[in-house]
Design a protein around this ligand. Structure first.
Ligand SMILES: [Zn+2]
Length: 350
């Protein structure tokens, strides 16, 4: 712990509840438990592990829309567009505890996902949330910005995780769908309802195939469409009429409940963990016929390139192979430390 205190940052933060807490500013980033303490919480994107029933949130407009659909309850919302600089004095209630500026920058993870850059007393911290550098079809392109301290997610922080180009993976998925339909079976794509569904759906416009979406995937897709994204036509999942369609769903449950009616199914799971046969049982489709490495996270090369572009003086790593990736950076002469290698709460500064 003494070692950790030696790397005091400005503004000071603590890793807590899966996110960052800047107690001196009255600001959180991505806490996974509700914050109702009269402090603001940045919500970088609307995935469940980055949201909770907070009292006051700072977020982009797409994240506001998606969060409203997923997290019930009333809360104070402050919407901030990418690259605009918010001065803490311009925040209403709750008021900040010390002056700071905050800006959001596209993270390239899902629609509306943002990295948050905080400046306080001339020093800066960039917190990535989930991100990827590879361009996708359904999210903004990632825009790294300089900061003195970088706090980054490192889900795939080992050299074995190098993803093929997204376009090639999507081509393989489309080919799997057309071939399966030609063979008289139903292709089922197991994918998260927010982000992954819209990415694969965007790729299914050529050739035009009949598509059915699970209700949760449909709800998220409608919000993307309201925000201006175009998708091929689809209909809601109906196990009785599923034959001859491509099905995109986060769960097999509705299909397995009607085994006689669906006809033969061929199941494909879409996840970066597809690269790792030892992790295959972790996939939502443990019984999948095919696995495609479609990921909305940075791979190992992306992580290294991202650090080069931000060019920070120190790096803190979070999630996944955080300790391994921090070690890789240290070998390259970068001051780096893992925040989430265990479940302890680590006090870093103050
Ligand atoms: Zn995410």
């Amino acid at each position: 712990m003494a070692e950790l205190q030696a790397v005091a940052t400005t503004p000071g933060f603590v890793y807590r509840n899966g996110g960052l807490h800047f107690p001196g500013l009255g600001l959180w980033m991505d806490p996974s438990k509700p914050v109702r303490t009269g402090e603001w919480s940045v919500v970088t994107h609307a995935h469940a592990d980055h949201t909770a029933r907070h009292g006051a949130v700072l977020l982009t407009e797409p994240t506001r829309r998606l969060m409203r659909a997923r997290v019930p309850g009333r809360r104070i919302e402050h919407v901030l567009d990418y690259s605009r600089v918010l001065r803490s004095g311009d925040l209403g209630e709750p008021s900040a505890r010390a002056p700071f500026t905050l800006s959001f920058h596209p993270a390239g993870h899902i629609l509306g996902s943002a990295m948050a850059r905080v400046e306080h007393e001339g020093d800066s911290v960039l917190y990535t949330g989930d991100f990827k550098l590879r361009p996708g079809l359904s999210s903004e392109r990632c825009e790294p910005v300089a900061a003195r301290t970088l706090v980054m997610e490192t889900t795939y922080g080992r050299p074995r995780y190098r993803f093929p180009p997204t376009a090639a993976v999507l081509e393989d998925i489309v080919r799997f769908c057309t071939t399966t339909l030609e063979q008289g079976a139903t292709p089922v794509l197991l994918a998260y309802s927010l982000g992954k569904t819209q990415e694969v759906l965007s790729a299914l416009c050529d050739p035009v195939l009949p598509i059915q979406l699970h209700p949760k995937a449909a709800e998220m897709t409608r919000i993307y469409a309201d925000l201006g994204h175009r998708f091929p036509a689809w209909t809601p999942l109906d196990p009785e009429s599923v034959r001859g369609h491509v099905v995109i769903t986060p769960t097999l449950r509705p299909l397995l409940a009607e085994p006689g009616r669906t006809g033969p199914l061929r199941i494909a799971s879409l996840s970066g963990w597809a690269l790792d046969s030892r992790r295959a049982s972790d996939l939502p489709g443990g019984q999948a016929h095919r696995r495609f490495p479609l990921s909305d996270h940075a791979d190992f090369e992306d992580l290294l390139e991202f650090v080069r572009q931000v060019n920070p003086q120190r790096v803190f790593t979070l999630h996944g192979f955080a300790a391994d990736f921090a070690r890789v950076l240290r070998r390259q002469g970068v001051e780096a430390r893992a925040l989430s290698e265990d479940d302890r709460q680590l006090d870093l500064a103050l």
